[in-house]
Design a protein around this ligand. Structure first.
Ligand code: FAD
Length: 406
């Protein structure tokens, strides 16, 4: 059995960044990354953006060129799914029963797309957008498809709708709530994006509940709604969130539930086991001290950097301000902070001019910004969030007032 000083499970953003940061910090021990996917680490955000639109090749979304990992003595173990962790023996076991030992374990297994549970969910032509494999399968079927139904009006569903509409497909987005982006943004941003998608020819249905998927010869051909209506569908994209991949850790006794619970140093309750990225349930001061999982590249990278520092003998705590982006059509959304729990919003700039920001306040303090084609607000408004500045809404709304001066 092989044993590594540091073993990383999961070769996505968090796992890759942890390995990179460890070597950058001078870590000289043995280091391996075991991942279920066949590929070397790649960027996931383009999967619903330029990669889906056919505008970027796979090579261009690799996090590092292939030679990088070998040059830094990072042992890559692709195509292996870890199914068990033994914290006493300090080993993990893969689906074929092979064991690998560790000194420190970094769990960076992200999440799996939540699947529909209704009949027809497993028909050919029903796709998630989480991995390169998902998107390659979808792209292989795209030329024969005209009617695409996207289930879920979150960022991934909307980005996919934009990419496929641009390619001439007829796209319907089904959202169960009364507005898109309901989980992550305020109502004004939702209505802006709804209008944009409609203007580009996307059909949006709010409050739409899926009853089942209809098939013909094993292939999806329609989506039946709870109101009895059936929408024609050559392809269905399901973007309804993820389920964190933490079962082996929880079965080994780690605290958690919706994710594995970590402290401010990304330590789980198991000795010498860290967890980072989408799967890490942590107390986040930007969520008003609530315990959350953040599904973003920022969080994956920043938590990875914390663990790399700790494992090279430095002190570190996770306290980074959340940020995120989304590209749809020619709209570049950049967000900073978390708008959860806001009690007021201020619009800065003119949505009709397609360049504006929404500022979210709680108790008078700026807690988050969503900036659409407004990079200056994003850059200059960051400190309002990190420092929890109390500002006059009238000044925040006035584009003539420079945000960094507040
Ligand atoms: C389509 C799409 C678009 C996105 N767009 C944005 C964006 O614009 N901006 C942004 O900030 N974020 C975006 N995100 C989110 C971002 O990609 C994730 O937050 C980030 O990838 C999380 O990194 P991670 O390493 O925690 O998980 P992942 O990147 O998911 O990596 C986890 C890896 O672990 C592997 N794995 C899982 N279980 C096991 C196991 N048991 N054994 C071995 N390996 C395992 C998985 O196969 C996977 O390769 C997007 C995500 C998707 C899917």
């Amino acid at each position: 059995m092989e044993r590594f000083d540091v073993l990383i499970v999961g070769s996505g953003h968090a796992g890759a960044q942890c390995a990179i940061a460890l070597r950058q910090a001078g870590f000289t021990g043995t280091l391996a990354m075991v991942g279920e996917e066949a590929e070397l680490p790649y960027e996931r955000p383009p999967l619903s953006k330029d990669y889906l639109a056919g505008e970027k090749s796979f090579e261009r979304i690799l996090i590092r060129p292939a030679a990088f990992w070998a040059e830094r003595a990072i042992t890559m173990v692709p195509g292996r799914r870890i199914v068990a962790v033994d914290p006493a023996a300090k080993t993990v076991r893969d689906a074929e029963g092979r064991e690998i030992g560790y000194g420190n374990l970094v769990w960076a297994a992200g999440g799996s797309p939540r699947r529909l549970s209704c009949s027809g969910h497993d028909l050919v032509g029903v796709h998630a957008v989480r991995t390169r494999r998902d998107v390659d399968q979808l792209l292989a079927e795209l030329s024969a498809a005209q009617h695409v139904v996207v289930i879920g009006g979150g960022y991934i569903g909307l980005e996919a709708a934009a990419a496929l509409t641009k390619q001439g497909k007829h796209v319907v987005v089904l959202e169960a709530m009364d507005r898109v982006l309901a989980r992550v943004a305020g109502a004004s941003l939702s209505s802006f994006y709804e209008a944009e998608h409609r203007a580009h020819g996307v059909e949006l249905r709010m409050g739409a509940l899926v009853d089942c998927l209809d098939g013909q010869d094993g292939r999806v051909c329609g989506v039946r709604l709870a109101n009895g209506e059936t929408l024609p569908a050559d392809l269905v994209i399901v973007g309804i969130g993820i389920v964190p991949e933490v079962a082996p850790l929880l079965e080994a006794g780690a605290d958690g539930g919706n994710g594995v619970r970590v402290d401010a140093q990304c330590r789980t309750s198991l000795p010498d086991v860290f967890a980072i990225g989408d799967c890490a349930l942590h107390v986040n001061r930007y969520a008003d001290g609530a315990e959350i999982r953040l599904e973003s590249v920022q969080n994956a990278n920043d938590q990875a950097n914390v663990v790399a520092k700790l494992l090279t003998g430095h002190d570190a705590h996770y306290d980074a301000v959340p940020w995120f982006w989304s590209n749809q059509y020619d709209l570049k959304l950049q967000t900073v902070g978390l708008s959860i729990g806001h009690d007021a919003t201020v619009i800065r700039g003119d949505p009709a001019a397609r360049s504006f920001s929404v500022l979210y306040l709680r108790g008078g303090r700026v807690i988050a910004l969503d900036c659409v084609n407004a990079t200056r607000d994003y850059v200059q408004g960051r400190r309002l969030v990190t420092e929890g500045i109390v500002a006059d809404p009238a000044q925040l709304a006035d584009p003539a007032v420079v945000l960094k001066e507040l």
